[in-house]
Design a protein around this ligand. Sequence first.
Ligand SMILES: Cc1cc2nc3c(=O)[nH]c(=O)nc-3n(C[C@H](O)[C@H](O)[C@H](O)COP(=O)(O)OP(=O)(O)OC[C@H]3O[C@@H](n4cnc5c(N)ncnc54)[C@H](O)[C@@H]3O)c2cc1C
Ligand code: FES
Length: 268
Amino acid sequence: MPIHTCHILSHERLSGDVYRLKFVSEPICRGAQPGQFVHIRADVQSDPLLPRPFSIHDIDREVMGVEILFQVVGSGTRILSSKRKGESIEVLGPLGRGFGVDHERRISVLVAGGIGLAPFPFLIKRLRESGHSVFVLAGWKTVEEIVGLERIESSGASVDVATEDGRRGSCGTVTKLLNTRLRAGDFGSESEIGLYACGPGAMLATVAHMARQYNVPCQVSLEERMACGVGACYGCAVLAADRENACPEYKLVCKDGPVFDMNEVCLK
Ligand SMILES: Cc1cc2nc3c(=O)[nH]c(=O)nc-3n(C[C@H](O)[C@H](O)[C@H](O)COP(=O)(O)OP(=O)(O)OC[C@H]3O[C@@H](n4cnc5c(N)ncnc54)[C@H](O)[C@@H]3O)c2cc1C
Ligand code: FES
């Protein structure tokens, strides 16, 4: 797969350390599926040498734009945050396996923790095009951390927020909110619900646990540190969930995922 040199169309700071960047790439825009990711190197001249993975946040077919939503956590994301409109970045993608649209289950419940919201605008578009009712539950620790929500709110999905400081939406974690809504039957018949989750590992494990309790299918998007991004280095291996097998098996997050059925991998 070729590396594309892509021009930055827009780059905005949404909050203290979170940015939304849009670059032009016709092949990625045409080929991408929700939940897939792109591997980006912000600066060919400097560190870090390795590209960094980011979920495809949204696509804009009118201008062949591809968007990412990212949080600055280290040197790679810091360099990316300093890029300006008109400059170029090196992009490999679209990579990995994205979310599958479950046509049997037309009530889609999307659960996000923090920056885990990133892949959802694109997924919501695809689900709504397929005629699904879409509910989004999004959680943050504090109200100050809330970011990227306006895109979700204008997407036609029904949106519910949870904050652990209780200053917006429901007080507590997003998984507590999910449990409350599932128990109350707020989304409709359980036999029509499909769950899609992206966020920290512990959140994904809890969502999967609830999905089993309520007998609904669940897809989870995993994050692992990556090097090659294309299945060559085995740097992103996670334990597969085949507990019957004495010899442990592994899945590659970059190639077999990042989206997995909850029963395919060990969630922790
Ligand atoms: C498939 C995939 C999709 C992703 N999508 C997004 C996205 O849409 N938006 C976004 O903000 N981030 C996303 N990430 C995470 C993002 O890739 C990392 O934050 C980024 O690579 C950090 O690079 P850095 O050089 O700034 O930080 P580094 O200097 O490499 O690391 C800084 C700190 O972050 C930790 N860290 C780095 N990468 C990861 C990781 N993958 N998982 C857990 N901890 C990590 C390190 O252990 C270290 O503590 C995604 C990761 C994957 C694997
Ligand atoms: S990052 Fe190299 S195999 Fe996944």
